[in-house]
Design a protein around this ligand. Sequence first.
Ligand SMILES: Cc1ncc(COP(=O)(O)O)c(C=O)c1O
Length: 364
Amino acid sequence: MVNRVYAKISLENLTHNYRLLKRNLGNIPLMAVVKANAYGHGALPVTKKLASLGITHFGVASFKEAKALIDAGIKGSFLVFGITDPYYREVLTEEGMIQTVDSYAYASKLKPKEGTIDVHVKLDTGMSRFGIYCHSDKDIDNTVTEILKIASLDHIHIDGIYTHFAAAEADRPFTEKQHRLFLEVIDRLKTMEVVIPWKHAANSAAILNADLSGINMARSGIALYGYPPVDVYGFLPVMSLYAKIVSIRTLKKGDTVSYSRIFTAPDVMKIATIAIGYEDGYLRFNTSRDYVIYKNTKCRVLGKICMDACMIDVTDVPSKVGDFVCVMCEQKDARVLAKNQQTITYEVLTNIGNRVERVYDDET
Ligand SMILES: Cc1ncc(COP(=O)(O)O)c(C=O)c1O
């Protein structure tokens, strides 16, 4: 029995989205990006499901995210996108994780007591976040030299090389430039007999609208979860969000609602308190902007959103304590919330709080 609020996670829709991506990818395998608790969907059930569909590579932000999945019995290759403090280098080797490296200096510090560590070298071809700086042709020599130095380290095994597109959903010329620089570095390495098994660049947007030549793996997060950042049809949202009505009251004209009293009842009206607040990821920014759906009716959110609850207008809806209202569902998906919150679907999904119960349609 759900106590307050729950996120319904459709692993069936996740499977459907994966199959759609596969249509674009053909034989190119997909690395599923399951960082940030699988974008809020629950890393373990999501990764388990994706592994059961044959995915073998998973992208995480930190070694701790990978460790939790490995400890839970998920088999696969885990690429840590973020920089792991060298203090934790033994865990990387012991658990067989793949670490992103962005320089010779960093790679040198990853020397384990014994054995080697698998790494993917990250190139910064224009994102200016992580990676060896390679924003133009002039940077290629230095980039190649840096990679050769990394390759010369006895404790390092370069299993892959990758870059990340900064604007694949919107800026084709810039994406093409990033892609070209990436492939040129790989070609130069090849002429020096440095052959790197995995070469990956594309994220969801690029998988759906960019050239994938020269790469042999792609990485997707947001499209798997149903929100491709480009206009394509057929992807289905994986998460919906429902909050319980926990109290109903009738207001008299002039009564005010919630903190700071920004809403005053213009007349007699009926309101319901629902058990979702900003701690659950229903941001205060939705105050006076958003609505929920209850019995096919749009019910306005009234007054400020509190930490654990907020109030909605149910004057015209026969309402009952214990019913659930849709905060995010098919009729009002994460794009609506993203628009209200002046953000992107990624942020809406990853903001959904830990205390929101995740309910799965099927667990493999
Ligand atoms: C390195 C890296 N690859 C792939 C992705 C997945 O991107 P998307 O969710 O747009 O598919 C991310 C997400 O931020 C990322 O950081």
